[in-house]
Design a protein around this ligand. Structure first.
Ligand code: ATP
Ligand code: MG
Length: 584
């Protein structure tokens, strides 16, 4: 994709007038920081124990509970029905101490794996951080997981303890017999079997005093499986040292300030929920909203209005769903508390950025790029920086990112290739659990290969092209599905789109689009022709979908990403592979 085309497709630059920003961004002078910043500067933003030891949970909770934030609200928990519960840092400190004591009593050893299969609830935050306090490796799972996904994870990691609830445990029971290494099951709720422990009783009996265990910075903090967009989820292991970068990026990118009310919609089963729904924001001492329940536009706008959310971190799939529901719903709410919007998980279609400008009073979404493996945001749109809609922005100071080829050669401006990073940032994964071969595959020619393809423009902005596996070769040209999908959803009849290459004798591949129609539109040949015409007017001639299939929904992961590999498998009659993370 030539430079000219990107400008054409994605439209005008969104500039920011510093005088109009409500708060001065934490990160000032990006260009200078890129030259001067050292990771040792970031180390100073968190607290360490004597002898170079650290514990992420100390930074997230204890240091605030022991300081000026003790009585500050850490969590505003909404059960999804609008019932709110406020928890202070001091209360979280006492609760996590109690849970750490429960772990101790059960004989949970340093670096044992403790899993959480819970709806978003105060217990989930408490358990997750309490386990980390006592030196265990914590791992949350999506509450919507089925039995196979639960078994795979508990088995792969040799988990010794599972915390679940009276309701969700039914799915766990289906595979319980296959998990001989699991010693303890703790149940939140009333329905507790004789061989299970009651959360309520254990917590009531536990002391609220606990000395958080000083850990070596390289010891493991949490284990999380990837989203499964491209294949079987990988068990990514993160060290306590990662808190340094979770803290830094919440400060510099999400720009949390003391007075902010911050809301990250991601479930803790996804890395975004862990790093930016727990670790980074609380390490900065900010008040967070935790909303239970499923996608519900009215509930979401109400959440912003009722709790005066000022910073909102969400995902493109949610933005597209809100867009499809129309602009009348947000008009019913007072959303004036918002000052900054962020997005992650998939490429953010330029249409979404522009829509936000209209609906949220000139506030664009800031796209942020990262992976489970990277442990924190690495390429992003910073608050002080102009936004090019469709671009993922620029690398964090301290991060060297480049577009390289398969030999590790760095490619030039506008050239498409593998997005690669120089290893060594603090929050980088330390292992793929029990799979060193898989881990080693990421590192080649001195680079960490992300598996994504991208290009860099003349101003140093990064543009996502696609997953390496998803890029389509048609009529001798390479086409990224994202640009076609973005053009498709700009058509008023298209709410969502997933694009794949379909083998074709003449062209190598043709582009096939699966689309979900905006409510109110009906399928017809004329409509499809109009959609094709629209894409042709936006993109180069070869990059339009010769085939369009209307579907009710697109297959997505639990973290809300379009699973193009399933669209491909279905279309081409290939094996479907691992679908443990597939949404219902
Ligand atoms: P799996 O590795 O199991 O296939 P996954 O890659 O979707 O799943 P995650 O770690 O949740 O698992 O997602 C990271 C990937 O998500 C990135 O490699 C990239 O492809 C995509 N991604 C995340 N944020 C962005 C973004 N802002 N723009 C484009 N793509 C993004
Ligand atoms: Mg991945």
């Amino acid at each position: 994709m030539a430079e000219k085309d990107t400008e054409l497709i994605h439209g005008a630059l969104i500039t920011k007038d510093p005088a109009k920003l409500r708060l001065k961004p934490n990160l000032q002078g990006y260009d200078n920081l890129r030259k001067t910043f050292k990771w040792s500067d970031a180390d100073k933003m968190v607290e360490w124990f004597p002898g170079g030891k650290i514990n992420a949970a100390h930074n997230v909770i204890d240091r605030h509970a022991k300081g000026k934030n003790a009585n500050k609200v850490a969590l505003i928990y909404d059960d999804g029905e609008g019932n709110a519960q406020k928890v202070t840092f001091k209360q979280l400190y006492e609760q996590t101490n109690k849970f750490a004591n429960v772990m101790k009593k059960l004989g949970i050893k340093r670096q044992d794996r403790v899993f959480f299969f819970l709806q978003r609830s105060p217990e989930l935050y408490v358990g997750f951080l309490g386990a980390i306090k006592c030196g265990a490796i914590a791992s949350p799972m999506f509450p919507a997981f089925g039995p196979d996904a639960i078994r795979d994870r508990l088995l792969d990691s040799s988990a010794v303890c599972l915390v679940t609830d009276s309701d969700l445990k039914k799915r766990f029971y289906e595979v319980k017999a296959q998990l001989p290494e699991l010693k303890h099951t703790i149940i939140v709720g009333k329905d507790v079997a004789p061989d299970e422990l009651s959360w309520e009783k254990e917590m009531a009996a536990a002391s609220d005093k606990f000395e958080t265990v000083p850990m070596d910075p390289e010891e493991f903090m949490y284990l999380l499986y990837t989203s499964g967009s491209t294949g079987k989820p990988k068990g990514v292991v993160h060290a306590h040292k990662g808190i340094v970068e979770a803290h830094l990026t919440a400060n510099w990118v999400l720009d949390v300030h003391d007075e902010d009310v911050y809301w990250c919609g991601a479930d803790l089963g996804w890395v975004t929920g862990v790093v930016y729904g727990v670790l980074g924001p609380w390490s900065n001492g900010v008040t967070q909203v935790g909303l239970a329940g499923r996608f519900d536009p009215d509930r979401w706008y109400q959440t912003i209005q009722n709790y005066k959310v000022s910073i909102w971190y969400t995902a493109p799939t949610a933005v597209r769903m809100l867009m499809a529901k129309g602009d009348d719903i947000p008009k019913k709410y007072n959303l004036s508390s918002l000052r900054a919007l962020y997005c992650v998980g998939e490429p953010l279609n330029p249409e979404g950025v522009r829509w936000a400008m209209e609906v949220f009073d000139n506030k664009p979404f800031h796209d942020t790029w990262w992976q489970t493996e990277t442990g924190s945001i690495l390429i992003t749109n910073f608050p002080e920086m102009p936004i090019k809609p469709g671009s993922m922005g620029k690398p964090l100071p301290g991060i060297e990112a480049a577009i390289v080829d398969e030999t590790g050669k760095v490619l030039g401006q506008g050239e498409e290739g593998s997005l690669a990073l120089k290893p060594g940032w603090p929050s980088m994964m330390r292992q793929i659990w029990k799979n060193p071969a898989k881990y080693n595959e990421y590192f080649r020619n001195g680079w960490y290969y992300t598996g994504d393809t991208a290009q860099i423009d003349k101003d140093g902005y990064f543009w996502y092209v696609g997953r390496a596996d998803d890029v389509i070769k048609t009529s001798g040209e390479r086409v990224g599905p994202f640009e076609v999908e973005s053009a498709l959803i700009e058509h008023e009849a298209v709410a969502e789109a997933g694009v794949i290459g379909k083998p074709d004798q003449l062209r190598g591949n043709i582009i096939k689009a699966f689309i979900v129609l905006t409510p109110g539109f009906t399928e017809s040949d004329a409509l499809k022709a109009d959609i094709q015409k629209h894409v042709k007017s936006k993109l180069a001639g070869h990059a339009y979908p010769r085939e369009i299939e209307v579907v009710k929904t697109l297959p997505k992961t639990r973290s809300g990403k379009i699973m193009r590999r399933l669209l491909r498998a279905r279309e081409l009659g290939l094996p479907i592979g691992d679908i443990s993370t597939l949404e219902d």
